[in-house]
Design a protein around this ligand. Structure first.
Ligand code: AMP
Length: 279
C-alpha cells in the first residue's frame, strides 16, 4: 500500500494505473477509522482494481471551531487499518495541500442543503462539496463510496455529481452499528462512559419508531421520538425530521412519499451524533 501526502506524485501514480484500463474506487474520510469506514473500503476493494482512501479533516466543513479542535485523529492506526482492509493507496494531505488558497466556491443544492444538518450547521455542506469536488478532481475515481449514516450528505453528493456532470458513480453503503445499535462514528470515542451508555437509546427509539410508523400519524411519531430520547437527561434532540428520502422535504402524511427517512441529531454533552432510519 502506498501513502501520499501531496498531489503530484499521487496523480502521476493514478494516471499510470488508469492507462492500464483499471478501475479506481475512492473512499473519502476524515480518519479516526472504524468498522463503518472499513465496510466502505472493503466494498471498493470488492468492486474496483485499485482503492484510494483519503484521510483529511476538512476545516471548511466545521462550523464549530471546538468541534474541529476536538475531532479525533489517529493517522498511524488509520494507515494500518487501510492496509488490512486491502486499500492500495492512502492520500493524507495537509490543509495547505488541499487549499493552497482559500476556497471561495459557493454551492447551492436548493432545499437539500438548507434543511436538517444544513440548518443547524450553516456552511457545513458547502465545505463538504468543496472538499469532495476537489478530491474527485485529484483522484478522478470511477466509483466513490459514501455511508448512508450521513444520509443528507449522500443526497447532496449525488446532486453535486448530477449538477456538475461529474464522471463518477456514487455507491451508497449501509450504516454499520455497534452491537448495541449505536451507529459507528469517529465522535463516539469522545463520549464519557456514562454518555456512551446512554447513546444507544437513539437507535433503539429510531427502530421502534419504524415499527410504530403505520399505526401513528407523522406528527405523533415526531413527538414520540423526541420525547422518548429526551427522557434521558444526557441526551438532547436537536432535530428529528421525517422527510422524503429523495427531496428531503418534510412529509405530513405517510402517503406523501414512496421512500421516507427519519433523520436525527442529538447532543450528548458537547458531542453531536447523527443517525437515521428508513421507514
Ligand atoms: P467521515 O470520516 O465521518 O467523514 O466518514 C467518511 C465516510 O464514512 C462517509 O461516507 C460516511 O458516511 C461513512 N461512514 C461513517 N460512519 C459510518 C457508519 N457507521 N457506517 C457506514 N458508513 C459510515
Amino acid at each position: 500500500m502506498k501513502v501520499f501526502h501531496t498531489i503530484s506524485p499521487l496523480v502521476q501514480y493514478l494516471d499510470e494505473y488508469r492507462g492500464k484500463s483499471k478501475t479506481i474506487g475512492f473512499v473519502p474520510t476524515m480518519g479516526a477509522l472504524h468498522a463503518g469506514h472499513i465496510s466502505l473500503i472493503e466494498e471498493s476493494v470488492r468492486h474496483d482494481d485499485l482503492t484510494v482512501v483519503s484521510i483529511f479533516v476538512n476545516p471548511n466543513q466545521f462550523n464549530n471551531p471546538d468541534d474541529l479542535k476536538r475531532y479525533p485523529r489517529n493517522p498511524d492506526s488509520d494507515i494500518v487499518m487501510c492496509k488490512q482492509a486491502g486499500a492500495s493507496v492512502v492520500f493524507m494531505p495537509s490543509v495547505e495541500v488541499i487549499y493552497p488558497e482559500p476556497d471561495k466556491r459557493q454551492f447551492d443544492f436548493g432545499i437539500l442543503d438548507k434543511v436538517m444538518e444544513g440548518k443547524f450547521r450553516p456552511g457545513h455542506f458547502n465545505g463538504v462539496a468543496q472538499v469532495v469536488s476537489r478530491l474527485f478532481d485529484i483522484v478522478k475515481p470511477n466509483r466513490a463510496y459514501f455511508g448512508q449514516k450521513d444520509f443528507q450528505q449522500l443526497a447532496i453528493i449525488k446532486r453535486m455529481v448530477w449538477d456538475y456532470s461529474m464522471d463518477v458513480e456514487i455507491i451508497p453503503c449501509p450504516t454499520v452499528r455497534e452491537s448495541d445499535g449505536l451507529a459507528m462514528s469517529s465522535r463516539n470515542t469522545l463520549l464519557t462512559p456514562q454518555q456512551r451508555a446512554s447513546a444507544p437509546l437513539i437507535s433503539k427509539i429510531l427502530f421502534e419508531a419504524r415499527n410504530k410508523a403505520h399505526s401513528h400519524s407523522v406528527d405523533e411519531l415526531l413527538a414520540w421520538v423526541v420525547d422518548s430520547i429526551n427522557q434521558d437527561p444526557l441526551l438532547r434532540v436537536e432535530y428529528f425530521s421525517i422527510v422524503n428520502a429523495v427531496t428531503l422535504e418534510e412529509i405530513t402524511q405517510w402517503s406523501d412519499a414512496e421512500n421516507v427517512v427519519g433523520c436525527i441529531a442529538v447532543n450528548v454533552g458537547a458531542v453531536r451524533l447523527i443517525d437515521n432510519v428508513l421507514f
